[in-house]
Design a protein. Structure first.
Length: 201
């Protein structure tokens, strides 16, 4: 029993480091996030960090992997709901994103977008990991677009893969703009253009 508790505590500590590191990275960026700061916030001895992570880069990649898993869970929860139309599922997903951004007062932006801007030119491993995340993200959107095309709600003249990429990276731009202006207006502009104009069959 004590070994099970110990293992659970270690998992909880590792998760606490990831959660705290995420918050600091969103505020300061990866390069300006100090390991000592994360450890102090969690209450973990300095020497214990390398028990959980091989390096700061490993820590950052673990954060990406954790949030990529959460993203896929969110995507599956929304896009596997076959009780509503595919087009409505698309809209629900992005409107849900709008709600989370507004809840955070348009601060912090997107973790993946932020790290992509900061790290893609500096660290090839980060670049490839983030590219993989965006690729999987776009694939889910593309599949839903194809379903909406088959349902007659989105024009079949548009390539679903290209359209998914446009929607995702336009969304990232709107999220960045919302962060800069600290208003939700860029997100509302995105939603209006995409769902009231672009996706009309």
């Amino acid at each position: 029993m004590s070994k099970e508790i110990s293992k659970t505590n270690k998992q909880e500590t590792r998760q606490a480091l990831i959660d705290t590191g995420t918050c600091i990275i969103l505020e300061k960026g990866f390069n300006h996030t100090g390991i000592d700061q994360v450890l102090k916030a969690v209450g973990v001895p300095k020497g214990s960090f390398y028990y959980y992570f091989k390096s700061k880069d490993d820590f950052g990649l673990s954060i990406i992997e954790h949030h990529a898993d959460l993203l896929l869970e969110q995507l599956n929860e929304i896009f596997q709901n076959k009780s509503i139309s595919s087009l409505q599922r698309l809209r629900n997903y992005f409107e849900n994103g709008r709600g989370m951004i507004e809840q955070r007062a348009c601060r912090n932006g997107c973790l993946f977008g932020n790290l992509g801007q900061e790290m893609a030119d500096q660290n090839e491993t980060f670049r490839l990991k983030l590219a993989e995340v965006f690729s999987k993200w776009c694939n889910v959107i593309s599949n839903c677009i194809q379903e909406a095309q088959n349902e007659g709600d989105i024009s079949k003249t548009m390539n679903p893969d290209r359209l998914a990429e446009f929607m995702m990276f336009s969304w990232e731009g709107a999220v960045l703009r919302a962060k800069i202006t600290q208003t939700i207006q860029p997100i509302d502009t995105y939603l209006h253009f995409v769902f009231e104009n672009l996706l009309k069959a």
